[in-house]
Design a protein. Structure first.
Length: 132
């Protein structure tokens, strides 16, 4: 995001972009997931975490679909506030069971925005993962 595009209410613009990102992670069905990923991330978007390093909408959608398959009945939720400046933001998240509220997985992401306000790059970190 360039400074002139978010000068009126920067916090709202960052929070809106991050909300779209969570909508993608929680989208159900192939078509809805594809649309949500396209709304949240730029065409050349990248996603990197300890278990994945992908680019493009199809690659990112595949990572999300894989997480949804591994954790059925869970949803990603923002944990705390979005901290942002310039074209970068960071935020914590949890993977929460809809049934009982448990959150076996948690981490934080650092994202860089494209000029159109969508996310261009995601760098994910895992703080809590279940033991196998």
């Amino acid at each position: 995001m360039s400074a002139d595009q978010i000068s009126v209410n920067e916090t709202s613009a960052y929070e809106t972009a991050v909300a779209r990102y969570f909508e993608a992670w929680n989208a159900k069905g192939t078509e809805n997931l594809a649309k949500a990923v396209a709304a949240a991330l730029s065409e050349d978007g990248t996603y990197t975490d300890p278990m994945a390093d992908v680019s493009g909408h199809a690659g990112i959608a595949a990572v999300i679909a894989g997480a949804q398959e591994q954790f059925p009945g869970f949803e990603f939720r923002l944990a705390g506030a979005v901290d942002a400046h310039h074209d970068i933001a960071r935020f914590g998240w949890e993977l929460v069971s809809v049934a009982d509220g448990s959150a076996p997985v948690a981490g934080f992401d650092v994202v860089r925005f494209a000029d159109d306000g969508r996310i261009r790059a995601v760098h994910g970190f895992l703080d809590r993962v279940p033991t196998v």
